[in-house]
Design a protein around this ligand. Structure first.
Ligand code: 26Q
Length: 820
């Protein structure tokens, strides 16, 4: 239901002028772009404040059940455009800024894009927050206010170079600092026992060091509703800023130590999402935001309900975004035991009913484990609690299975000198979910099989989704208008299943033309952006074939670039070949320490250099590597894509969410039967998707058999041989053996790894065939238009509104709350 705008045009104009005056002593004529952006942002935030306050007054009065989405990452993207859309203020703001002579686009483009996440997991958290507010579920997102987000990627001489991302440099107009909720977080020290009045004991710490956690609250505005939830990001500050005494007493050394500790804690996001290195600072970050969140949540509960902690899980749920927040299990135990003196068994029952865990990865390198030596030194009381949880769990295992040391070693929470966070999350919560159907099946059958055997009732599947607000309404206004015009109303934006009503139009020539016109306009807009941003021209009539995501071997950017090399070789030997011109676009950040991923970036750039400058190619192939992939760049690429590349080795991509964004915007997917691709195929049908390659089962058996021999493919397949030879024959780099490592990794295995671990060569022929089918389909404009329309029409399932409703109904047992 559309709600009256909370701001009028003249209020916007006055607000902007007044904010420029008071914050910067400037006028529009003299203000910088950043200052103008800030002034507009502050004006919009002001308009949100009343509903934000009303929402919390209502939550407090009605004592509503609340979900806490705990995550080390929230990849929010820019706030302003999204807030304007959700407040239904687009026209008002546009007109107001027009009249002030301010370019809205320029103002929006001046907003930094906060990169407080690595990729899928962080962006999922942001989509979930949007859906929670839109549907009216009381919710907090809780995380860390990193001062530096994921690095800014520059490409120099074809190589990735990392630069710091100082997103707070020009201020932070969306946050409210809530000093009144600051809490002390304790590290290190020794555990002591303290006698209670009734003769029992509880535990405490002495000789610890500590930092203050100070929350910054960001509004999460629901789409056309009054609900405004909160993203609460904790920042670290030295205790002595709050407690001048310790400083005055002359403890200078300790004071500076704690200052440094605080500075480091919320300084920077760990830019790795592939493998886990047991860095102490990462564990500190985890405990920092978890302890602050749990302390505050329990206080809020006590304020509303007193000490009736047996009802805790009826009023709050903690959803753990992967294992990174798993310390919540132990911290909640600590607070219940040491602060409120509950008995172990009671505290344990409450904790298990309150926590729930989402698994996002199948890759065993990414499973979080902490050396006992680090864990017990940094968090001595928490370690004690984890040990006790483990001891009791192992006692249960012996009851269930008899004395089976091998099983206990495999399943224990603490074993081989390590604390296994996934095991703690499974044992310490009431729900374990995967993020797509196939992913959950793999967890149950293989990865977490032992746990599924003892706790089958905990396991469930929640297929990921994306918010239609940012990922079509905001990023693709042309398509949104067409959909609204065709369906008669715009309520599909918060009820995405309605897109199915486009299906009857898929064959309609007039609708096809309008749909493809929107796509073409978006391609022209993207080409213009490339020209102004990078000074490169691309042909908007070529096929826009896009692979954007983190750089990982399992995601197989190599497969795509090998195919480009193959096309290049083929055109070189058949210069008259008739293919539709294609523009391949890649964008991907590699973890700074992931050598192989960085080499693949260099390879893509080397191929681009050769292909784009070869006159025999004559525009039939173009390769772009777009630097610094981020949310705001995705918003420009997704609406302009014809072909979406989702080609991970089957069984490796838990879900994927980029795949859904492209589908929603009318791109056709070429992909493997992996992650959510499987469910996209169910929705759209195989006539509208190009599926190729091995299934997850085939990958698994081939791996287990040990029979994979890439040399056989090399010997039998001329194209593969030619591609591999191109890596080492000087075509791509004149003087060096730059890419020999990739050649060796494919054929022989490099540094002890299996050859071609991700089956790039095994799937190559099937991929090539699928790409030929893409080419043939594109040559038939009516067929292509129908496919594109069907992709949009069948994307309804992949709204994060659907996902969140499933979490609320099945895991959190929560109902939406209407704010009046
Ligand atoms: C852990 C410990 C130390 C340092 C870093 C990390 C770390 C950080 C981020 C480990 C993993 C991640 C991110 C994982 C991730 O993004 N997974 C993706 O989650 C998406 C949302 O569910 C899925 O769609 C993707 O398939 C999955 O790869």
């Amino acid at each position: 239901m559309a709600k009256k705008a909370t701001l009028t045009k003249s209020q916007v104009k006055e607000g902007v002028i007044e904010n420029l005056r008071t914050a910067y002593r400037k006028t529009i004529a003299t203000a910088s772009n950043a200052q103008i952006y800030n002034a507009v942002a502050m004006t919009i935030k002001d308009a949100v404040l009343d509903n934000w306050i009303t929402t919390y007054d209502h939550y407090e009065k009605a004592k509503v059940k609340t979900v806490y989405y705990l995550s080390m990452e929230f990849l929010m993207g820019r706030f302003m455009g999204n807030a304007i859309l959700n407040l239904a203020l687009e026209e008002t703001v546009q007109e107001a800024l027009d009249e002030l002579g301010i370019d809205v686009n320029l103002a929006e483009e001046s907003e930094p894009d906060p990169g407080l996440g690595n990729g899928g997991l962080g962006r999922l958290a942001a989509c979930f927050l949007d859906s929670l507010s839109t549907m009216g579920y009381p919710a907090y997102g809780c995380g860390i206010r990193y001062h530096y987000g994921i690095f800014e990627q520059h490409i120099e001489n074809g190589y990735q170079v990392e630069k710091p991302d100082n997103w707070l440099q020009h201020g932070d107009p969306w946050s409210v600092r809530r000093e009144e909720f600051a809490r002390e977080i304790k590290f290190g020290g020794r555990v002591i026992s303290v006698k209670n009045d009734d003769g029992t004991y509880h535990f405490d710490l002495e000789d610890y060091h500590s930092v203050m956690a100070v929350p910054y609250d960001y509004p999460v505005v629901g789409y056309k509703t009054k609900t405004v939830n909160t993203l609460r990001l904790w920042d670290a500050e030295p205790v002595n800023r709050f407690d001048l005494q310790s400083f005055n007493q002359g403890q200078y050394e300790r004071a500076t130590q704690e200052q440094n500790l605080a500075r480091n804690l919320s300084s920077v996001l760990y830019p790795a999402d592939d493998h886990v290195s047991g860095k102490e600072l990462r564990l500190r970050q985890q405990y920092f935001f978890i302890s602050a969140t749990i302390q505050r949540a329990i206080e809020q509960f006590e304020g509303r309900h007193g000490r009736c902690f047996d009802k805790l899980s009826d009023y709050m749920q903690f959803q753990l975004n992967d294992t990174h927040p798993t310390l919540a299990v132990a911290e909640l135990m600590r607070v219940l035991l040491d602060v409120y003196y509950l008995e172990w068994d009671d505290a344990w029952e409450i904790t298990r009913a309150t926590c729930a865990y989402t698994n996002h990865t199948i890759m065993s390198e990414a499973l979080e484990k902490w050396p006992v030596e680090i864990f017990s030194r940094l968090l001595p009381r928490i370690y004690m609690i984890v040990e006790e949880i483990n001891r009791r769990f192992c006692v249960n295992l012996v009851e269930w299975y008899g004395n089976d040391p091998e099983r206990i070693r495999k399943m224990a929470i603490c074993a081989d000198g390590q604390v296994r966070m996934a095991h703690l999350a499974i044992v310490g919560g009431h729900s374990v979910n995967g993020v797509a159907a196939i992913h959950t099946e793999i967890l149950k059958d293989i990865e977490l099989r032992d746990f599924y055997e003892i706790y089958p009732e905990k396991f469930n599947s929640k297929t990921n989704g994306i918010t239609p607000r940012r990922w079509i309404a905001k990023c693709n206004p042309g398509l949104s208008k067409l959909v609204t015009k065709t369906l008669g109303k715009d309520d599909w934006i918060s009820d995405l299943g309605q897109l199915a009503k486009l299906k009857p139009h898929a064959d309609d020539a007039g609708f096809q033309e309008s749909f493809m016109k929107v796509k073409h306009d978006n391609k022209v807009a993207l080409s213009n952006y490339f020209r102004s941003e990078y000074g490169i021209g691309v042909d908007p009539d070529s096929i826009f074939d896009i692979q954007v995501k983190r750089l990982h071997e399992y995601k197989r950017q190599l497969l795509c670039i090998f195919h480009v090399i193959d096309m290049y070789n083929t055109i070189k030997t058949n210069p008259g070949m008739d293919v539709r011109p294609r523009t391949y676009m890649f964008s991907a950040k590699a973890a700074a320490s992931y050598h192989r991923a960085k080499l693949i970036i260099k390879l893509i750039n080397a191929v681009a250099e050769v292909v784009n400058n070869d006159p025999t190619i004559d525009g039939r192939l173009k390769v772009l590597f777009l630097p610094n992939y981020r949310v705001s760049l995705a918003e420009k690429l997704v609406p302009a894509a014809d072909v979406s590349e989702q080609i991970s080795t089957a069984g490796k991509e838990a879900s994927g969410t980029g795949n859904m964004k492209f589908m929603l915007n009318g791109a056709v997917t070429i992909g493997t039967l992996d992650g959510a691709n499987v469910e996209m195929l169910e929705e759209v049908g195989d006539e509208n998707m190009f599926i190729f390659g091995m299934t997850a089962e085939q990958v698994h058996s081939l791996t287990v058999s040990g029979n994979y021999s890439p040399w056989n493919l090399y010997n039998m397949d001329f194209n593969i041989r030619n591609v591999l030879t191109t890596l080492i024959n000087g075509t791509l780099d004149r003087n060096h053996d730059l890419f020999r490592e990739l050649y060796d990794a494919m054929l022989n295995g490099y540094n002890g790894a299996r050859p071609d671990e991700y089956y790039v060569l095994q799937d190559f022929a099937a991929y090539k065939k699928a790409q030929e089918a893409v080419d043939a389909a594109y040559k038939d404009p009516k067929r292509w238009a129908k496919m594109a329309i069907m992709n949009t029409a069948c994307a309804g399932k992949f709204s994060s509104d659907r996902t969140i409703k499933e979490y609320a109904d099945e895991i959190w047992k929560m109902k939406p709350v209407k704010i009046k």
